[in-house]
Design a protein around this ligand. Sequence first.
Ligand code: SAM
Length: 263
Amino acid sequence: MKENEVKDYVKKSYGEIAKNTGSCGSSCGCGCGPSSTELSLQIGYSKNELDNIPGASNMGLGCGNPTALASLKGGETVLDLGSGGGIDAFLAAKKVGKTGSIIGVDMTEEMVQKAKTTAQRYDYKNVEFRLGEIEDLPVDDNSVDVIISNCVINLSPNKEKVFREAYRVLKPSGRILVSDIVTEGILPEDVKKSMSAWAGCVAGAQEKNQYLATIRNAGFEEVNIVSESNISIDISKELKGKITSVQVEAKKISEQKLITKLF
Ligand SMILES: C[S@@+](CC[C@H](N)C(=O)[O-])C[C@H]1O[C@@H](n2cnc3c(N)ncnc32)[C@H](O)[C@@H]1O
């Protein structure tokens, strides 16, 4: 499948989700199926966290809670890859305080517009949302302390480029904490070719060890799985036990090590 075709399909799908999600946060309207709040509680957000962010930012689209594991500190600059409605950006804003700042990047115009409107309505002064692709980040070199991402990198047809870009924009010793979907073993060919399975965070998921190798190959060190859990997906019986949500941390090389390496 061509990269552009995948991206266009993913963009269209998430554009529709952004347009059709009510202020209650449920993508199918309040009252049908599990709500975004229920889904988010299941994947690790606390009730207290959800009660203290704008409801519209939570569309129940994540697969983990990256800000809970990223050890964010006051004053840090945080970049959220594929920020969607902004749930993790708004949570991060509370943790880094007024002296810190958050940049959310998303390629879907409707998502960025929705997140910007929420930030404005709730007066988040240190959070900005930029339209852009995570394979070609609209962010300066060596400018970010921490990168978070929640259920996005699996959607990219070029994960090597995503992690190389993440490495470029991080300051030396900067870190990433990503929640994502990976597979245990190889997916059936028909699933890998299904556009709806791409948009559903399955078809683009890499095999777990390959995913970790992609991060290491971009230059990252100390690549570790912080936690993981198997998730059930209704697409096909063959996928039972094959889809896992992982929380992965890694670090960019320190300035000291870089100097030693160069000389
Ligand atoms: C599953 S949603 C997750 C949104 C958000 N992280 C959350 O947890 O609510 C995936 C988001 O990633 C964005 N996205 C997918 N591929 C992308 C890419 N290559 N570059 C930038 N954004 C992308 C989509 O537009 C969508 O908003």
